[in-house]
Design a protein around this ligand. Structure first.
Ligand code: ZN
Length: 210
């Protein structure tokens, strides 16, 4: 099974299917260390020039989702439609009736990415003097971090019913897709305007909660 997966799916395809932004040269921001410039090279295998993380598509998925290689192989097989006995990729798209386990992983991944962003904002947009008013992003970080952290706890709960409730909440009104788009957009913006980001925002939008 491991061999069929490795033959059929590249680390890059897996990364993209889990929502990582991979640029034209096959580079992405490394999810395994604090990385704001793309230092992770993705191809058949992956290698990070920042933290040295390396391995195949199964290692990558296991590490990204924090699960065992065995579970990672199953998720990849489901996601890419790989039959145990063949090496054919039936579809690279998620099937309409997504098994809950895959949906759960997607929810969890989106939440973890968002939580990471909120934490970053809380740190980088924190007021530096008592007189300073608050940035929108700082406020969003403060308001939503604990809610998102609670949802992550629900998603990792051993009780399937609790996980299902959390998934239900996230799938309502297309929220999961919207969250993924939102996080992706914010991360892209962060990467592009890494240095001028904070200054331009102050100039263009001012601040809230004065
Ligand atoms: Zn790295």
């Amino acid at each position: 099974m491991y061999e069929s997966i490795k033959a059929a799916v590249t680390a890059r395809q897996a990364a993209e299917s889990f929502g990582l932004m991979v640029n034209r040269s096959g580079m992405a921001a490394c999810p395994f260390h604090e990385d704001h410039t793309p230092s992770l090279k993705l191809d058949q295998r992956y290698y990070c020039f920042g933290c040295g993380a390396t391995g195949d598509v199964i290692d990558f998925t296991a590490r990204l989702l924090g699960i065992s290689n065995h579970d990672a192989a199953q998720i990849l097989a489901e996601r890419f439609g790989i039959q145990p006995e063949s090496q054919t990729v039936l579809t690279s798209k998620i099937k309409p009736a997504v098994p809950l386990r895959v949906t759960e992983q997607r929810c969890l991944f989106a939440l973890v990415q968002y939580e990471k962003l909120l934490r970053f904002w809380k740190k980088h947009y924190a007021p530096r003097t008592p007189e300073e008013s608050f940035y929108d992003r700082f406020v969003e970080g403060c308001r939503r971090e604990s809610f998102i952290a609670d949802l992550i706890d629900e998603m990792m709960d051993a009780d399937p019913w609790r996980r299902k409730q959390a998934v239900k909440l996230l799938l309502r009104d297309n929220q999961l897709n919207r969250l993924q788009d939102y996080v992706q957009k914010q991360e892209e913006e962060l990467k592009m305007n890494k240095n001028i980001h904070i200054t331009t925002e102050v100039m263009e939008h001012g601040r809230c909660c004065t």
